[in-house]
Design a protein around this ligand. Sequence first.
Ligand SMILES: C[S@@+](CC[C@H](N)C(=O)[O-])C[C@H]1O[C@@H](n2cnc3c(N)ncnc32)[C@H](O)[C@@H]1O
Length: 275
Amino acid sequence: MTSSALAPAPTLTAADFARVVSLAHEWAGLAIPAGKEGLVHSRLARRLRETGHATFTAYLDWLQTAAGRDERTAVVDLLTTNKTDFFREPAHFDYLVQHVLPAVVARGTPLRLWSAGCSSGEEPYTLAMVLREELPAGYDVRILATDISTRIVERARQGRYTADQMAGVSEARRKRWFTQQPSPTGVQFTVSRELREWIRFAHLNLMGEWPMKGPFDAILCRNVMIYFDKPTQARLVQRYWELLAPGGHLFVGHSESLTSLEHRYRYVQPAVYAR
Ligand SMILES: C[S@@+](CC[C@H](N)C(=O)[O-])C[C@H]1O[C@@H](n2cnc3c(N)ncnc32)[C@H](O)[C@@H]1O
């Protein structure tokens, strides 16, 4: 047992908690509700030890210096979840196939999509599978896939999944779009080159500057806005509006809705809106 394992757990004071709340909001738009002291403590205490800080106050002071800048990503990562799945909320992919793709193909324009908050890549790779299956060969497609977590974007880029993570992918699709190798934990599935070549993964904090100009035919920002407060959500959906082509679609998570926000979208069906 190491001496750090014997050290008492650091205390999170009310002032420390208030600082975490304020910094997480400033850096990533996160809205941490009152009463989440236990969660903040349990998620961050290990990082104090790993970065050599004895107290939350010292750790937070360091985070606010240039030297602690990279660690901010780790904090945001620990305070959010990367939970995702292939074909999560499948009605959205059906809607794309039935409505978005036919309209784009009829116009003959390139297809531009953005998976905003793409986590470990299941969402953009699901898009790529569906598009490969539905669009004429050679169609001009680009999918931008971004996340605030550099760690998770790197995992997405690698495109390697365990059998458990592949639960939502049919046997036929596993054979068609993945290669399989034995791994120490069972089988490892690796995304094919054809799915990768349409996707550009990038690190992007939705609260910061956006280098891309659009227009996008669809933006998927699903199960991301749950972390943000209402004013932040309203600003974000307005910024999406400006990057969507006229008639373009915004997909949000099924537990999210624009109902209580001021916005200009046309409601299409649950969690689907159009500019
Ligand atoms: C629960 S996952 C959702 C993944 C996928 N969109 C889905 O629906 O399955 C939420 C993702 O949002 C990302 N996220 C949280 N705050 C963010 C921010 N300010 N900018 C960009 N991504 C953010 C997290 O890192 C996480 O990967």
